[in-house]
Design a protein around this ligand. Structure first.
Ligand SMILES: Cc1cc2nc3c(=O)[nH]c(=O)nc-3n(C[C@H](O)[C@H](O)[C@H](O)COP(=O)(O)OP(=O)(O)OC[C@H]3O[C@@H](n4cnc5c(N)ncnc54)[C@H](O)[C@@H]3O)c2cc1C
Length: 478
């Protein structure tokens, strides 16, 4: 890799390219309103990302007379929901790992819930008048080094064993090349369920839909404190909300809560957006709109945009100490941006000369089995959901249905999912958790980078990278 940049060509920015684009595209929409004074509602939702906004909409759909307020510390969509890769897919690519951690029947139930979510998101995204760049061409995982080849059979054999062979289809190197051509691509696996979206425009469209449905949306309104009780009281800088039910949809903001702390670690993911290069994309041979990722643990994920840009991400960002969601390295790590850029230049060398427009990073909430969980704090009417583990665009809709069922006290196909009922595995306590995870991350990244050069990683790196398997843990990002 002689062209390896040691420094990224752009520094990580505060706002994602997506979020800035979405705000620029908005015309005539309701200005953000902060809360002033006291309000009493049936349900208050804290957090205006996909989880909070979908939950508000699902609740309104199921019980239109419900009085709902939603509080967002900044602007709706300004968190992970407006800055991710915009790759939308459920759980068919996770069958193998889920079968090991929650059992085969439970794995199938979660994957089928993901398909229901995909249908609902598609229906919302493609409704007349919405321009959220929904493109559906499946989800592709590609081997980019001999060491990744063996993983392909794992996906397809899990799907075959569970009787859903058509959800994961092995591709030869030639078949991969017909979808996206690169000198480093080898074989791959194609999951028909998968789409790309403009995540920030989707989040902002959900905000509009929530307002239209009668949800009282308060932006620039952080929750400063929650007094649990009957009713609950949510305190904000200039007011408070009294509510029977509270839904905490604050993503990594939940990682410090006593109920969550043992089960969630805060990692980070970094992405960049190139300038438009539609002609180069056509010449290199990437005609479709697949969402693509390599088969590393700390993977590269990439996709095109409708204006011919490429987003390239690297799920290899720093890990904060003790689940500290405010750690600046989660959003400001030039080394992680450089890894994403190295991925761009290695995986898509046809774009070698295309400049990077913007790069940014964001925190991700990794759970010990890499599945989200939705719960009610025992003895209260406070509900919460997190643990998406870097895979939340589709699963936040599943989460919204689960949280709505918890709020309404309904036992249904969502609230009986293992996402609401399984015993949650824990991480070891700190400092072992953080230092252990950092050492394992270093081991994985060192090995995976060496494997791309067809070398094996240093002995210490290999030993560290094998630890999660030896301890029966599933870590990393996807
Ligand atoms: C760089 C990156 C790339 C990713 N790529 C993908 C991908 O391609 N596909 C995929 O499926 N997933 C991806 N993810 C993960 C996905 O974005 C998240 O899992 C998902 O958006 C989580 O949604 P959320 O609503 O739970 O959280 P968020 O969108 O973070 O929303 C939480 C909101 O709560 C607000 N908040 C926090 N504290 C308070 C408070 N005290 N008071 C009021 N409001 C508060 C925040 O401001 C925030 O807006 C990626 C994540 C990152 C960071």
């Amino acid at each position: 890799m002689s062209s390896t940049p040691h420094r990224p060509s752009v520094a990580p920015a505060q706002l994602s390219w997506w979020f800035q684009d979405a705000l620029q595209a908005e015309t005539g929409q309701a200005a953000p309103t902060p809360l002033a004074g006291e309000l009493t509602v049936d349900v208050v939702i804290v957090g205006g990302g996909f989880t909070g906004l979908w939950t508000a909409l699902v609740l309104k759909e199921q019980q239109p007379d419900l009085n709902i307020a939603l509080l967002e510390a900044a602007l709706c969509g300004s968190g992970a929901s407006g800055s991710n890769g915009g790759k939308v897919h459920g759980y068919w690519a996770s069958l193998q790992g889920m079968s090991e951690s929650i059992g085969e029947d439970a794995a199938l139930a979660v994957a089928r819930a993901g398909t229901r979510a995909q249908d609902a998101i598609r229906a919302f995204a493609t409704a007349p008048g919405r321009d959220v760049w929904w493109r559906e061409a499946g989800n592709l995982r590609i081997s980019t080094a001999p060491a990744q080849d063996q993983k392909i059979a794992g996906y397809t054999s899990a799907a075959r064993r569970l009787g859903v062979a058509d959800t994961a289809i092995a591709l030869t190197p030639e078949q991969v090349a017909s979808r996206c051509r690169s000198p480093v691509f080898r074989g791959g696996v194609w999951f028909p369920e998968g789409a790309n979206v403009h995540p920030a425009r989707l989040a902002r469209a959900l905000r509009v839909a929530a307002l239209e449905a009668g949800v009282a949306v308060f932006e620039n309104t952080p929750m400063l404190g929650l007094d649990r009780g009957a009713p609950n009281r949510v305190r904000t800088p200039n007011g408070q909300i009294i509510a029977r039910d509270v839904v905490l949809a604050t993503n990594v903001g939940l990682a410090g809560e006593p109920e969550v702390k043992a089960h969630v670690s805060v990692f980070s993911s970094f992405a960049l957006m190139t300038q438009p290069a539609p002609e180069l994309l056509r010449q290199m041979g990437w005609p479709g709109d697949e969402g693509i990722a390599d088969l590393r643990m700390f993977l590269h994920y990439f996709r095109k945009t409708v204006d011919g840009r490429v987003l390239m991400g690297s799920g290899s960002g720093p890990i904060s100490y003790g689940g500290d969601a405010a750690d600046p390295s989660l959003t400001q790590d030039p080394a992680s941006v450089a890894r994403a850029e190295r991925g761009l230049r290695r995986l898509l060398p046809a774009l070698a000369q295309v400049a990077v427009d913007k790069a940014w990073g964001g925190a991700i909430d990794i759970s010990a089995d890499r599945l989200p969980f939705f719960r009610t704090i025992p003895g209260t009417r406070v509900h919460y959901g997190c643990g998406y583990s870097g895979h939340g665009v589709n699963p936040t809709y599943v989460g919204a249905q689960c949280l709505a069922a918890l709020v309404l006290g309904r036992k249904n196909e969502w609230s009986t999912l293992p996402l609401c009922t399984r015993a949650l595995p824990s991480f070891p306590p700190d400092p072992f958790r953080t230092y252990g995870a950092r050492a394992i991350r270093w081991g994985f990244i060192s090995c995976e980078e060496a494997e791309e050069q067809e070398q094996s990683g240093p002995l210490l790196a290999r030993a560290l990278a094998s630890l999660p398997r030896l301890l029966g843990m599933r870590i990393g990002t996807r």
